[in-house]
Design a protein around this ligand. Structure first.
Ligand code: NAP
Length: 458
């Protein structure tokens, strides 16, 4: 795939970039290796100072960075600004908490292991490669980079080919904040060049956020090289609505959960599983709210839904909808691409889905919602769990025992009760099944790329 910025709102190529050749890749890997040795000798306090300085730079640059994001991948400008500020928040979170998350622990009864003292320390692994997607061009990277650098690791970034300006922006960011040169380096390479970087003996681990096929490929290379991998892959999250829920609020949040980021979020509510007693009322509210959305130029503050990031992404989404419609799905809203330049797709609601339709099992990466009518909580959980994904889930119910039951019975990395799934620096984030393995954010996220070293003293 060409490394280029193509404005999804117009379809026009804004800029193209030369891929790094093998000499440049080698130079950047060597820089990251050298910086890892330097960072290993620095204190948490020093790294925290640099991380706060980097967050200051990002906050001061919020408008320019947000415009770059919207230009490259089309999310509404207010959401781009929120993304930039969330990155800064995450940087400060790890600046303030890394040392306590990675504190050494002493065994209280060392005699049990025949020692005078024993315990554990956390140490950085060294250079970690991050393979990242375009849907949150800064956030996906920062949620890896902030904990990695605070732990004393260095990062190499292979970003998605359609967000090169964001990739180059990140290449300079940490150095501007004071981190040693080479602490975070972007590699402008295609996906075919990724395996060689993983196999490089100087690279210690890899994290990938992206699609299932990319995850399988990266994980198998990491497995062959016996290297730690974290995979954050796709999702087709259920959004379950039960009779005790506040329907007006549930429908409002359901729309937000589906169309945020123009529907291109791994943790978006994608399948709306509604109890039969309230199905008609919820559907009426939901469809009305989906139809009321303003689709348009993502640089316009009033826009709710902008274009999809790529033409191929828009076409794949259209194929998924067309497949369902041909097989008998009912279209309650939208159902096609509007007749305008750019990669737009009208917010869509489908009902009457049957198991032979691809959308029942596959991820709809765009503003397309599927509605399912269920008769009880057991059927709701069965429908929720029937995909191969297991990223997150949302349940709307005001019955405490029903909430507990869903927490126990949904196959997912998270359950959000009476809300929509959102990532927070304070909460672990990650999936099960084909949504991947490992966790980002919180204490778990910073520990993924550290060596838990046992220390025993006679
Ligand atoms: P993608 O095609 O898998 O691309 C993601 C990254 O992987 C890009 O940098 C891409 O490079 C690279 N890549 C693709 N194939 C590769 C391969 N065989 N070997 C090595 N690298 C490879 O994903 P996408 O379609 O752009 O992104 C959307 C997907 O990401 C969705 O499935 C979404 O659910 C998932 N996602 C998951 C999370 C999460 O946290 N779980 C968060 C956001 C998105 P190129 O651009 O050069 O192809």
């Amino acid at each position: 795939m060409a490394i280029a910025t193509i404005n999804p709102a117009t379809g026009e190529t804004v800029d193209t970039f030369e891929a790094h050749d093998s000499a440049e890749v080698e130079r950047r890997v060597a820089q990251a290796v050298e910086a890892a040795q330097t960072l290993h000798g620095t204190t948490y306090a020093q790294r925290a100072e640099w991380m706060h300085a980097t967050a200051d730079i990002l906050e001061a640059d919020v408008d320019r960075a947000a415009e770059m994001i919207t230009l490259e991948m089309g999310k509404p400008i207010a959401q781009s600004r929120a993304e930039v500020l969330k990155c800064a928040k995450n940087m400060r979170f790890y600046a303030d908490n890394a040392e306590s998350f990675l504190a050494a622990e002493e065994l209280s009864n060392p005699s049990a292991v025949s020692a005078s003292a024993a315990g554990t320390v956390w140490q950085p692994l060294g250079v970690v490669l991050a393979v990242m997607p375009w849907n949150y061009p800064l956030w996906q990277v920062i949620r890896f980079a902030a904990p990695a650098l605070m732990a004393g690791n260095t990062g190499l970034l292979k970003h998605a080919s359609n967000v090169p300006q964001s990739a180059l922006y990140l290449d300079e960011l940490f150095e501007k904040g004071g981190f040693p040169a080479g602490s975070f380096r972007t590699l402008l390479i295609g996906s075919r060049e990724v395996a060689a970087v993983i196999e490089d003996r100087r690279v210690k681990a890899v994290t990938l956020t992206g699609s299932e096929p990319a995850g399988r490929s990266v994980a198998s290379t990491a497995g062959q090289s016996i290297k730690k991998a974290v995979l954050e892959l796709g999702g087709s999250d259920p959004f379950i609505v039960m009779p005790s829920a506040d329907l007006e609020q549930a429908a409002t949040v359901a729309v937000k959960a589906r169309i945020s980021n123009n529907g291109q979020s791994c943790i978006a509510g994608k399948r709306f599983i509604v109890h039969t007693d309230i199905y008609d009322e919820f559907t009426r509210l939901f469809v009305a709210k989906m139809n009321a959305l303003k689709v348009g130029d993502p640089m316009d503050e009033a826009t709710d839904v902008g274009p999809l990031a790529t033409e191929s992404g828009r076409d794949e989404l259209a194929e998924l909808v067309d497949d369902a419609v041909v097989k008998g799905a009912e279209v309650l809203a939208g159902g096609s691409a509007p007749d305008r330049p750019g990669f737009y797709y009208t917010p869509t609601v489908l009902a009457g889905l049957t198991d032979d339709m691809r959308i029942v099992l596959e991820e709809a990466f765009g503003p397309v919602a599927s509605l399912y009518r269920v008769s009880d909580r057991e059927e709701a959980a069965r429908v929720a769990n029937q995909t191969t994904f297991g990223l997150s889930s949302a349940v709307w119910s005001n019955d405490a025992s029903e909430q507990d039951w869903f927490v126990a019975n949904l196959d997912a990395g998270a359950v959000f009760l009476n809300g929509m799934t959102v990532s927070y620096p304070e909460l672990p984030f990650g999936g099960i099944k084909d949504s991947g393995y490992g966790r980002e954010l919180a204490a778990a996220g910073i520990r993924e790329f550290c060596n838990l070293k046992t220390v025993w003293k006679a």
